[in-house]
Design a protein around this ligand. Structure first.
Ligand SMILES: Cc1cc2nc3c(=O)[nH]c(=O)nc-3n(C[C@H](O)[C@H](O)[C@H](O)COP(=O)(O)O)c2cc1C
Length: 228
């Protein structure tokens, strides 16, 4: 029997069901599902309706392997600098298990954490027209739309910026996929069938995020104050 949802409930379910999936089975993503994902991206809002996004579908195993290697390199350098500047030690301050901490540091600084692109049956390379002012926001809206459709289809995806942050990596991505000079490689969305279910990552409490009229003035009470 299928569940029935009101539209707001369905929207919230999609939002809550979406999470970053980095492990995929080898099962391909059907063309039907892919078309729905891309249509969700195409329907995203954009400043002045500029629609500066272009999407490259990458299924070729060799290209995916190269993309995974570029992502791993970029990610490894980023986390290595976080390690050197102590930022990572701050992030992991609450992790008391030294062995686990060492393994996490190694996974991050080696770049292994982002190399999973090679294993995703499909990667969508999101490109954006450089001269469009709102392009970073426009492409982000398109990406989120696609991620929500992925969740609705029961598939898994991850928004991966690792191979596009460092200009040298981005140049490698552009060369690999013949992306012309007027476009930026913005991000990759890896898509596939998840190997397992994942727990949600934590979010900041709403009372820390929402302000009343002026920044810093709480709109919501802390849970313990609300009960009092
Ligand atoms: C702009 C952006 C860039 C991201 N880049 C990467 C990335 O390069 N590699 C990766 O593994 N995850 C990446 N992610 C996924 C985040 O790590 C993930 O969204 C976050 O930890 C929250 O987890 P959740 O998506 O499961 O809720 C990125 C997410 C966003 C929004």
């Amino acid at each position: 029997m299928t569940d029935t949802f009101t539209l707001p409930d369905a929207a919230m379910k999609l939002i809550l069901d979406r999470r970053s999936i980095r492990d995929y089975t080898p099962e391909p993503v059907s063309e039907e599902d892919l078309a729905k994902i891309l249509e969700a991206g195409r329907q995203a809002p954009s400043g002045e309706d500029a629609q500066p996004w272009r999407f490259i579908i990458v299924k070729d195993a060799e290209a995916r392997k190269k993309l995974g290697a570029i992502a791993g390199g970029g990610s490894g350098r980023r986390f290595t600098s976080e390690f050197v500047t102590q930022k990572m030690q701050e992030r992991f301050a609450n992790l008391k298990d030294e062995a686990k901490k060492k393994a996490a540091f190694e996974k991050l600084t080696s770049g292994q954490v982002s190399a999973f692109l090679a294993e995703a049956p499909v990667n969508i390379v999101v490109c954006g027209k450089k001269h469009v002012w709102d392009m970073p926001f426009d492409t982000s809206a398109a990406i989120e739309n696609m991620l929500l459709m992925v969740a609705g289809l029961g598939l898994g995806a991850c928004w991966v910026i690792a191979p596009c942050i460092d200009i040298r990596d981005e140049e490698r991505v552009k060369e690999l996929f013949n992306i012309p000079e007027g476009y930026k490689a913005v991000s990759i969305i890896s898509v596939g069938h998840p190997t397992r279910s994942h727990r949600p990552r934590p979010r900041l409490p709403i009372h820390e995020l929402v302000f009343n009229e002026k920044f810093g003035e709480p709109y919501y009470k802390k849970p313990e104050e609300a009960q009092a």
